[in-house]
Design a protein around this ligand. Structure first.
Ligand SMILES: [Ca+2]
Length: 525
């Protein structure tokens, strides 16, 4: 059992006082106005795991009519909903690494689930703490090494458990051997209890807080708290238009069509239906429908548990008189497929997986109910949070602050026109997603499937894909070979190679992949 009292105390230092002065001196963006001596706002960063925009009411998808997230929606209603926020690598550990470091995968070294971020490179909490914020990391961490850059941490080991979760904390022994357990609790309730306890008893109120509150839910396999067992029991969950008879001919390419794992019989390398206990004698479409209903209900019950616990955090801040002094961010670590294209899970560059929910509540600065459509990615989160705290991002961060958007400022003239994406884990985990990279602009998405591991190994077909998101928001028609799009393709390729060079995301360290790129740079299927 750990002794939590061993957390290092936080010292008010000269550099902290200097930073308070800087807030007043940095022109253009002054947040704050709380009662304490340090007027900067608290930052509550709430992140769930695999909570996708389709399952958030405020994003207005087919599921919005089920009202799955009234409390998260209330943050959007009183704040700003960001509509074009994307991860650059749609899987847990790499996305979290980009958020903590403000860097793309190759710069922070976390290409896949085996990566880690040591304390000296946990740049976001390092900077926030240095600037006098009281920092805490509570919930799912998934970056393997000790979150030692935070004043306080209480984190799940790896994925953690849905029920009776164990947490790693600071204590007498070395990381990761100090643990506490929350017997009899669901992880969403336990994580929120710990955050509330920290806010009530451990937060030094002379300092603004920076709390990263990370739910485990709704990561698969979804297990909800028993109080939600009957939630949506008698409801038929609306299906996406592209659930059945997928993948259709226009979708994808030889490199992607039929890959991945889905819900339909015959497209389930991950055996989702079997794992959900679906009657194996059923045939499509009844089989697909049965898998879908069970998959979605289990997912949405976990989402409900997240949303109810978000309310507990909001209620506490209100009762403590801190709601107006707190920037509340709600996001998920990536998107997720809920049957679209007959796909499950994430990993793909396609919209449902690449897009992140991002809602920011701060009524002192944001006009209630506003929206934003800048092309933002998860390397921008750290620079933005630092900006809100009155700080410049350190040079090694590759993302850019979008904090000026909160005031409704126009998009800066030099803002990115394309956001980069790369998925490395070729054909992993019986989910059979081939490795690929690409860019998304406001209107288009260009994808290159290179079809191998960093060191070669198993090969799958190589191909390019192009989607025109203005005319085809659900990415049903690959336009790469259409001569009408030839100029668009040429322009996107120029942007792709430039973006890769700008962020040191080239493949010069991976000769097997570079050879495939060189052979297919101009053409491809
Ligand atoms: Ca995740």
């Amino acid at each position: 059992m750990a002794d939590e009292s061993k957390c290092p105390s936080v010292r008010l230092s000269l550099s902290f006082l200097k930073t308070v002065m800087m807030v007043v001196l940095i022109p253009g963006l002054v947040f704050g106005g709380g009662k304490r001596q340090d007027a900067r706002p608290n930052v509550l960063f709430i992140m769930s795991d695999d909570h996708t925009t389709q399952a958030i009411g405020a994003y207005g998808s087919r599921l919005a009519r089920l009202d799955p997230t009234p409390n998260i929606d209330s943050l959007a209603k009183g704040g700003m909903r960001f509509d074009r926020v994307f991860c650059n690598n749609s899987i847990c550990t790499p996305s979290r690494a980009s958020i903590i470091t403000g860097q793309y995968s190759q710069a922070n070294g976390v290409l896949d689930l085996t990566g880690n971020i040591p304390p000296q490179r946990q740049y976001l909490p390092i900077e926030m703490r240095k600037a006098g914020y009281h920092t805490a990391m509570i919930g799912k961490w998934h970056l393997k090494q000790e979150p030692a850059a935070f004043d306080y941490y209480c984190v799940l080991p790896g994925q953690g458990r849905y029920f009776n979760p164990t947490f790693r904390v600071r204590g007498d022994r070395s990381w990761p051997h100090n643990t506490i357990s929350n017997t009899g609790q669901h992880s969403s309730d336990a994580i929120t209890d710990i955050s509330l306890k920290w806010l009530k008893n451990r937060w030094n109120r002379e300092q603004p807080f920076f709390l990263m509150h990370h739910f485990k839910a709704p990561h698969d396999m979804f297990e909800n708290a028993p109080r939600y067992d009957s939630y949506f029991e008698d409801v038929t969950i609306p299906e996406p238009a592209n659930l059945h008879n997928q993948p259709m001919r226009g979708f994808g390419s030889v490199a992607s069509r039929g890959f991945g794992s889905g819900l339909a019989k015959g497209h389930e390398s991950w055996q989702l239906g079997r794992k959900l206990g679906i009657d194996q004698s059923l045939k499509n479409p009844q089989y697909t429908k049965a898998v879908y209903q069970k998959y979605l209900k289990r997912y949405l019950r976990c989402v409900k548990g997240v949303d109810d616990n978000v309310k507990r955090l909001i209620d506490f801040l209100r009762s403590a008189g801190e709601l107006d002094n707190t920037v509340i961010i709600y996001t998920g670590d990536q998107g997720f497929f809920l049957g679209e294209h007959d796909l499950m899970d994430k990993r793909w560059i396609y919209e449902e997986s690449m897009r992140m929910p991002f809602i920011l509540h701060y009524p002192k600065v944001i006009k209630a109910g506003s929206t934003n459509d800048w092309l933002i990615n998860n390397t921008d989160f750290a620079p933005t949070i630092l900006h809100i705290a009155g700080l410049d991002a350190p040079d090694q961060m590759q993302g850019s602050s979008f904090a000026s958007a909160l005031r409704g400022d126009p998009r800066p003239a030099d803002w990115r026109t394309a956001t980069y994406y790369r998925y490395w884990m070729h054909m992993a985990h019986n989910l059979r997603v081939p490795a690929h990279f690409g860019i998304r602009t406001e209107r288009y998405k260009l994808i290159f499937f290179y079809g191998c591991n960093p060191s070669g190994g198993q090969r799958t077909p190589v191909a390019w894909e192009l989607y025109d998101l203005k005319n085809d928001p659900y990415e049903m028609q690959n336009q790469y070979a259409d001569p009408e799009y030839a100029e668009v393709v040429a322009d996107l390729k120029r942007q792709l190679w430039k973006t890769r060079a700008d962020f040191n995301e080239t493949d010069r360290n991976y000769p097997e992949i570079q050879a495939i790129i060189d052979a297919n740079k101009a053409g491809g299927k």
